[in-house]
Design a protein around this ligand. Structure first.
Ligand code: XLS
Ligand code: NI
Ligand code: NI
Length: 438
């Protein structure tokens, strides 16, 4: 069954267009900083929200109308869904998609049946990838939905569950490899705790470290060269998630000697739940060489959970693109880990949501590139720290002075004078000027 028979190929029509089914900013081949928008942004549609999201919430059932989906957990239904998803990717013109194993294929009555289901759907995915040229940005294993994972997967108290999780990741890695996935993601869905009275945190973290090492070893064994990514997120679903933010993830990776093998997949709504801005999380990862990919969405300032809304705010996309241009993104991408509100139940809403997100990022890219071309922020930042370019500052940075030298220097000088205003308000106005300009 055709998925979107009334929807045309989405084309770029320019900022003046009032056609809701056209791009106003995303012009795939337009060159910015020497690369096409398509190459910079590496847009990705996620299978779970867009093709498995039902609109159900804790208070009510499914609302989404998806005429191609019979609602069953059959392999046949899973296979029928695939060409519809690819029709969507193609009409939108995105180069990538991403999935969890259980998004694309249903669980069977035991592990071998489940693996066989995944193989069958992977045949269809592979054929559709070949036909359309749409590629897999990343694969991952869903180790949080099934009740067996109630205590966690790699941090469970149940050794059989740990073994199951390992088998599941092994298979998900094989499928991701087979489909040419450029990355492999771990989001630690239930890797955390609700209560320390019943938890041996050290033991759980040791198990998690060992699990990741096994994944790295197996990837090597099968020749999977994709980038491993960990996706930080705090306090949902557990009270404490071990991978709560970028700093916690990097500390974990260093402790368990995994820094060479992993980067981070940073999600906007997770950053804000952790009490950080997305820009902070990106800079924090980028400065340590660990910015891998992003899950693009946004939260709601009035709600304290992961609402996973589509991003439309130009300030947010500008800040994000400033960081992505600074540190680079490939082989990562901009993955819309975002879902429609349950009231937006028609298939066409999937288009409106993604068009808005892609346009917001394309405009953010142009604004960020203009700011960078004029060195409007970098120039200021350099000046702000210029006292470290020569004299005593240079000696501090070179490590050629100690506390006694610094004391002698300051005893001679008497006091430190303020050197430069932070000019935050002026810089906020500068950003607005670029938003006006583009
Ligand atoms: C959930 C996460 C999840 C990951 C993939 O909050 O964002 O969707 O991206 O497991
Ligand atoms: Ni995510
Ligand atoms: Ni999320």
């Amino acid at each position: 069954m055709a998925g979107f028979p009334d929807i045309p190929q989405i084309a770029y029509e320019g900022p003046q267009s009032d056609n809701p089914l056209a791009f106003r900013w995303y012009n795939a081949e337009e060159v910015v900083e020497g690369k096409s928008m398509k190459e910079h942004l590496r847009f990705t549609v996620c299978y779970w929200h867009s093709f498995r999201g039902t609109g159900a919430d804790p208070f009510g059932g499914p609302t989404m109308q998806r005429p191609w989906d019979d609602g069953s957990e059959s392999v046949e239904n899973a296979c029928n869904r695939v060409p519809v998803a690819f029709e969507f990717f193609e009409k939108l013109g995105v180069p990538f998609y991403a999935f969890h194993d259980r998004d694309v294929a249903p669980e069977g009555s035991n592990l071998s049946e489940t693996n066989a289901n995944l193989d069958k759907v992977a045949d269809v995915l592979e054929a559709e990838q070949k036909r359309s040229g749409v590629k897999l940005l990343w694969g991952t294993a869903n180790m949080f939905s099934h009740p067996r994972y109630m205590h966690g997967a790699a941090t469970t108290c149940n050794a059989d569950v740990y073994a199951y999780a390992a088998a599941q990741v092994k298979k998900a890695l094989e499928i991701t490899h087979r489909l040419g996935g450029e990355n492999y993601v771990f989001w630690g869905g239930r890797e955390g705790y609700q209560n320390l009275y019943n938890t041996d945190m050290k033991r759980e973290l040791d198990h998690l470290g060992a699990f990741f090492h096994m994944a790295v070893d197996y990837a090597k064994e099968i020749g999977f060269k994709g980038q491993f990514l960990i996706e930080p997120k705090p306090k949902e679903p557990t009270k404490h998630q071990y991978d709560s933010d970028v700093a916690a993830c990097l500390n974990f990776l260093r402790t368990y000697d995994l820094m060479d093998h992993f980067k981070l997949n940073i999600e906007t709504n997770h950053a804000t739940l952790a009490g950080h801005t997305m820009m902070h999380e990106l800079d924090c990862a980028g400065m340590q060489g660990a910015l891998g990919s992003i899950d693009a969405n946004t939260g709601d300032m009035l709600l304290g959970w992961d609402t996973d809304q589509f991003p439309t705010d130009y300030y947010l996309t500008t800040q994000t693109m400033l960081m992505l241009l600074k540190y680079g993104l490939a082989p990562g991408g901009v993955n819309f880990d975002a879902k429609l509100r349950r009231e937006s139940f028609e298939p066409v809403d999937l288009f409106h949501a993604h068009i808005g997100g892609m346009d917001a990022f394309a405009k953010g890219l142009k604004i960020a590139a203009a700011i960078r071309a004029d060195r409007a922020l970098d120039g200021f930042v350099e000046k702000r720290y210029s006292s470290f370019d020569s004299g005593i500052g240079e000696k501090i940075e070179k490590g050629t002075v100690n506390f006694k030298d610094l004391e002698a220097y300051m005893l001679g000088k008497g006091d430190a004078e303020p050197n430069v205003s932070g000019r935050q308000e002026m810089l906020e106005n500068v950003i607005n000027r670029y938003l006006d300009m583009i």
